[in-house]
Design a protein around this ligand. Structure first.
Ligand code: PLP
Length: 377
């Protein structure tokens, strides 16, 4: 099997699972308990937090353990918007993940926020002038993702965060797909809040963190015992926190990995565009996630191509895992100006840190056969 759906989820790193095991078995203490069993769990939790903070280049107290990317997006966005009543205006973009779109929709419907949805160009790029024009005195929050999960387009988040701060707005970024591939250090990005999901980087599903800048007030989503500095109540999942820290430490150096995988991706894209005349690459050709290559195949059903690829042992998806299975065309491709018919032809190949040139050659060959098989129907 050639698994090229890593943007949906990655296999769990065995080292992460081994590190988690004791905290699921004999070391079962509650980290809030004062006895020794509990204190050992608390030490493990704080050790995991410190290791993740070192990787993010932030303070350990700014790392909040959550259940994944969706919760971290909800906490960053609602948490900052509700606790900082500077104004009721928020800026985001039409190509964000559902975890952001739906949270903002909730804030607009139930908390009287007004959201400006930035458009994107045909490559999924946000034009800086549009962003600057949208900023207002009452803009309280900006939420823009680092790398798009469907088309891979990368946004200049450090620049946008700087512009947002000039009007006093806080900045949240969804870095779920970017983690391990791009520079996600807080010191580089300058954001106030960042969402990270464990299962996209070799940790178990249901693990994740939110980075939340220490000096900012955050309204928690979960109320209760006041764990995580009062920012996320509920007994912490020590095992998954340890697994996440271990998976993060196993990630390759992003700068070296970028050049290795960008070359693989560019060769793969060139091969597909050359051998399949109906193929177009979606997203920006260069300013993109190293491990995401997504195409539209005019006149051919993307879902049918997926099935043919699967029969040939190549696992991919049509775009976001959340939208998979629904017949709705991708909101990201629609925002890029694709018509609904072309958007239904989308196929996304997403790589892991272990993806090899041989696997991509196999995938390209399987794709050629699959397109012929679907065209012949
Ligand atoms: N944000 C982006 C960009 C994603 O791709 C995903 C998952 O696909 C999420 C958020 C949600 O993360 P999780 O599955 O951990 O809730």
């Amino acid at each position: 099997m050639v698994y090229l759906d890593n943007a949906a989820t990655t296999p769990v790193n065995p080292a992460a699972l081994r590190a988690a095991w004791p905290w699921l078995t004999e070391e079962f203490g509650n980290p809030s308990s004062t006895h020794e069993l509990g204190q050992r769990a608390s030490d493990a939790l704080e050790d995991a937090r410190a290791r993740i903070a070192a990787w993010l280049n932030c303070r350990a107290s700014e790392v909040v353990f959550t259940s994944g990317g969706t919760e971290s997006d909800n906490l960053g966005i609602s948490g900052l918007a509700l606790a900082n009543p500077r104004g009721r205006h928020i800026i985001s973009a039409k190509t964000e993940h559902e975890a952001v779109l739906e949270t903002l929709d909730y804030l607009a419907r139930f908390h009287d926020f007004e959201v400006t949805w930035l458009p994107v160009d045909s490559l999924g790029v946000i034009i800086e002038a549009d962003f600057v024009a949208a900023l207002r005195d009452d803009t309280t929050l900006v939420s823009l993702m680092l790398a798009n999960n469907e088309i891979g387009t990368v946004h200049p988040i450090a620049r946008f965060a700087e512009l947002a701060h000039q009007v006093g707005a806080a900045f949240h970024t969804d870095a779920v797909q970017a983690a391990g591939w791009l520079d996600t250090r807080i010191s580089t990005l300058g954001v106030d809040s960042l969402a990270l999901s464990g299962h996209k980087i070799g940790a178990p599903k249901g693990s994740g963190v939110a980075y939340l800048r220490g000096r900012l007030a955050v309204e928690p989503l979960l109320h209760g015992g006041g764990q995580e500095n009062g920012r996320r109540s509920g007994t912490e999942n020590v095992a998954w926190a340890v697994a996440l820290a271990t998976a993060i430490e196993a990630l390759p150096n992003f700068a070296e990995e970028q050049s290795r995988v960008t070359k693989l991706r560019d060769d793969f894209v060139a091969e597909v565009l050359q051998s399949v005349p109906t193929a177009t690459l979606s997203g920006h050709p260069k300013q993109r996630h190293p491990g995401i290559a997504s195409f539209c195949f005019e006149g051919i059903s993307g879902e049918a191509v997926l099935l043919e690829l699967e029969r040939r042992g190549v696992i991919v998806s049509s775009g976001s895992a959340c939208a998979a299975g629904s017949n709705e065309p991708s909101h990201v491709l629609i925002a890029c100006g694709f018509n609904a018919e072309l958007a239904q032809t989308a196929v996304r190949f997403s790589f892991s840190h272990l993806t090899s040139a041989e696997e991509l050659q196999q995938a390209a060959a399987a794709l050629r056969e699959s397109i012929s098989a679907v065209s012949a129907i």
